[in-house]
Design a protein around this ligand. Sequence first.
Ligand code: TXA
Ligand code: MG
Length: 315
Amino acid sequence: MHKNIFAYNNENLKKAAEVIKNGGLVSFPTETVYGLGANAFDAKAVASIFAAKGRPAFNPLISHIAEIDAISEYAIADSRAISLAKKFWPGPLTFVLKRRERSTAMDLACAGLETMSLRMPCHEIALELIRQSGVPIVAPSANKSQTISPTTANHVAESLGDKVDMILDGGACKVGVESTIIDLTGKNAVLLRAGGLSLEDLEEFLNEKILISHGNPDLPSSPGQMLKHYAPNHNLRINAQQKQKDEFLIGFGNCDADLNLSPSGDLCEAAGNLYAYLRQADKIAGNKSLAMSPIPEHGLGLAINDRIRRAAYKG
Ligand code: TXA
Ligand code: MG
């Protein structure tokens, strides 16, 4: 086990909160993926996140908070945002909102935008770390830029190693894909990233259609949504109805696969396995190239398809 991986106990949590307060980087588990966390108010610490990830640009980061009330400390939240938070937080849902004031301390975390993103993760370790640090913690996924997001402490250590001061081990992430991001700065809610909370659940609660930003230049967009993102080293063919010779098939549902995201066709199970199986396939496929079964385009299937389209993107 990597020397930077720490078991979850009071002593290590306290240590991790000190690291955050002193401008260091702590990787912590959330229900979606492991985050690479820093004090949102400490520009130097935030910059070191980008350095550790090797990110090509300063993308805006999600500020993670531990109470619903903290939204209004940093952002302008209308009743729609508050009711969504009450319904779905803690959970895999991120809001983009107008910043309350352009406090320069958070400029780098927000990439200088007038908006910011906020989420309350559903994971005791994450929430305790935020509480004990006493600041919002910005955290992108804890992996090198353009590689597969980590869902275990070992994935983080493999990708970032000594670039992170501490990795808090909370086992495997339950949801397995990143949070759903919606922009609430305008009249209509806009989906910026499909993720761990389904579009259907959001629309049912809001009782309105959520607009989809992807490919629509007239809607708000997410600066960090690069086409190539979650990339395995092997080529990946998607919507593969059948495994071809010299292919390693990551299957879904009842099929003859080398690894199966969910033999019973359960999209939640598939999301939970997605990143770990992409990694595993990348390691063991050898000379074969990767193929992935079709995934239904509803519920968590939207997030899964979004990620695998990026993983397959050549450009
Ligand atoms: O599940 C998650 O959301 C994980 C865990 C660690 O919480 N975090 C995560 O962060 O996925 P990251 O940095 O990989 O993705 C954040 C996305 C980026 O695409 C970024 O462009 C977008 O959120 N974003 C952040 N602030 C924004 C803003 N003000 N306006 C539009 N997009 C924003
Ligand atoms: Mg990421």
